[in-house]
Design a protein around this ligand. Structure first.
Ligand code: CTP
Length: 399
């Protein structure tokens, strides 16, 4: 069992029937040696009593902003003490409040003041879970670096079948210990990451682009920051919110991205090019809108600068990581790019498989270095893929 002695875990409990299962999570945390501070919302107390958690954790249970004689600012003091905050069960309501910055009770206010890792274990009716608003809120939280312990399928408290059952306490415990064990192995490192598509305009209102949403690069940026790196995220146009603790440079075209990379590469330990950079741009960009009356236009294209190749040729002394977007002979093509662009790591990415490529939460991918002989594509979440890439980076940087 993991040793969590010396660590403080804040356990936020909201009003769902799964609250009774969280007593088991509290017990697992205490058994692992953690100090567990419980915050219960008003509705959580309708399902279980604070006394249950007071008894298991040996600590007073916080239920309101107003009654702690020891601290006039319990939301600040509790969030500062926490090595990690876990909200279980997380109802649709607390998820919405977190996603929108609402702070109207002790738990939501503590979460807004949180500095470290936050984990949530959603639990609710399937229709509420799958509702576009809830999914949108979850996406916002993921982008903000909140770790989701996904709910499972099965019979729900209301009798419906579907997704929305809170993950089992043992699974949540695994996620908590995994996060607390996450090494600060990129501490003191500067990591430059590019993300998203580029747009190549041929007049002020028309451009060529690609379907990249930026997800992979944004997740990488959030995970690298979490592992202690100083992260510069250079992003093409996306609708994502930058992860916490990352400095962002917004760009539009491949030319702007190349410039931003060169401006920020100084002192970098690694450049990760997750962006889908356009390979061509219109040779001419018109200042005014091209009118239809002139007939069907002929657009001449010219190549853009290959950013990875330029940085590699200038031998900046930092690790170079590329992403190969491929449809066929994925591994072979990725290996050629590794050699051709002088890279240390390439992520071979099959972009035309179901659930893989642009905009999906998962990728059929393989992380390849020059010394890897046998490699196979595997379906992984972008978050796991990001950690695998960063594991390899940290390994190569040493220490
Ligand atoms: N890349 C780059 N500059 C470009 C184009 C691509 O730095 N002008 C980077 C990408 O960010 C990615 C890697 O090169 O990390 C591979 O990109 P990919 O689109 O897969 O390959 P290309 O080099 O564009 O080759 P092709 O389109 O022929 O597959």
């Amino acid at each position: 069992m993991s040793d969590l002695s010396g660590r403080t875990v804040v356990l936020g409990i909201t009003g769902g029937i799964a609250a009774y299962k969280v007593a088991e999570l509290a017990r697992l945390l205490v058994r692992a040696g953690a100090r567990v501070k419980v915050i219960m919302t008003e509705s959580a107390q309708k399902f279980v009593t604070p006394l249950t958690f007071r008894t298991i954790t040996g600590e007073p249970v916080a239920t309101t902003m107003w009654s702690d004689p020891a601290s006039p600012y319990p939301h600040i003091s509790i969030s500062e003490e926490a090595d990690l905050i876990v909200v279980a069960p997380a109802t649709a309501n607390i998820i919405a409040k977190m996603a929108r910055g609402i702070a109207d009770d002790l738990l939501s206010t503590t979460l807004l003041a949180a500095r470290g890792t936050v984990l949530i274990a959603p639990a609710m009716n399937a229709r509420m879970y799958l509702h576009p608003e809830t999914q949108d809120n979850l996406a916002r939280l993921r982008e903000a670096g909140v770790v989701l312990v996904e709910p499972g399928m099965g019979e729900l408290a209301c009798g419906d079948e579907g997704v929305g059952r809170m993950a089992e306490p043992a699974r949540i415990m695994e996620a908590v210990t995994g996060e607390l064990a996450l090494a600060a192995d990129l501490e003191g490192r500067k990591v430059v990451i590019t993300a998203g598509p580029t747009r190549e305009h041929f007049d002020p209102v028309r451009f060529m682009s690609n379907p990249s949403t930026g997800k992979m690069g944004y997740i990488l940026a959030g995970r690298a920051a979490r592992r202690g790196a100083a992260v510069v995220l250079i992003s093409g146009p996306t609708s994502l919110h930058p992860p916490a603790g990352v400095s962002t440079v917004d760009v539009v075209s491949a030319e702007e991205m190349a410039r931003a990379v060169k401006e920020n590469i100084e002192g970098a330990d690694v450049l990760i090019m997750a962006a889908a950079v356009a390979d061509y741009r219109p040779a001419e960009r018109l200042e005014t809108k091209l009118k239809k009356r002139g007939g069907v236009p002929e657009v001449t294209l010219e190549p853009t600068e290959d950013i990875l190749k330029s940085v590699s040729a200038a031998s900046r002394g930092c690790l170079l990581v590329g992403f190969a977007a491929e449809t066929d002979e994925v591994i072979e093509n990725a290996r050629s790019k590794l050699v051709d662009k002088g890279l240390d790591i390439i992520v071979a990415n099959k972009v035309d498989a179901p659930d893989s490529g642009f905009g999906t939460p998962t990728n059929l991918a393989a992380v390849i270095t020059a010394s890897d002989e046998e490699v196979e594509l595997e379906m992984t979440s972008k978050a796991v893929l990001a950690d695998t890439v960063l594991d390899r980076v940290a390994g190569m940087l040493g220490g």
